[in-house]
Design a protein around this ligand. Structure first.
Ligand code: ZN
Length: 166
């Protein structure tokens, strides 16, 4: 009997705690613009980037902290096949020329448009088509500003942004 009472009391406490915590955070989410990067409790920077058939990322800037684990997910919300409208996210090392890299990538169709043996890349997702998603995990590099692009032929001029490590 005593156990049942204890369980009831602890359930009540848990419910109260949740109710108090939930309210302010949901209000915040409603009033704030959607953030691309979320720091979860385990310290991982969780990034979700959306793209579609219009050759655009939904963000041109992502900021993480040095040494942080980064979990990056790319969603392709379009309908076109990856042979026609493939997208990926390639984070380039500092001082890598986007135009020169994109030219090398274009010549690397048999390797998902990533130049074989390249030393220019910090991390990249696989190439995906419409209605596909992909996730990668990597360690944030040293403090600095890096470029990210889609390396599908002709996309890098429109599909690019800054990956900032603070
Ligand atoms: Zn693309």
């Amino acid at each position: 009997m005593r156990y049942i009472v204890l369980i009831c009391i602890s359930l009540l406490l848990v419910n109260c705690g949740n109710a108090e915590k939930k309210k302010p955070s949901s209000e915040k989410e409603d009033s704030k613009p959607k953030e691309i990067v979320k720091d979860t409790d385990d310290g991982i920077a969780t990034i979700v980037i959306n793209t579609n058939d219009l050759m655009k990322f939904n963000t041109s800037k992502v900021t993480v902290k040095a040494g942080q684990k980064v979990k990056l997910t790319l969603h392709h919300l379009g309908k076109l096949d990856k042979k026609v409208m493939g997208h990926n996210v390639v984070i380039l090392k500092k001082n890598v020329d986007i135009v020169a890299f994109a030219a090398k990538a274009t010549a690397s169709r048999d390797n998902d448009y990533i130049p074989k043996g390249t030393t220019d890349v910090i991390a990249h997702t696989k190439m995906i088509g419409g209605q596909e998603s992909t996730t990668i995990e990597f360690d944030a590099p040293e403090v600095g500003t890096y470029d990210f692009i889609c390396s599908f032929p002709g996309h890098a001029f429109a599909m690019k942004g800054k990956f900032i490590v603070e």
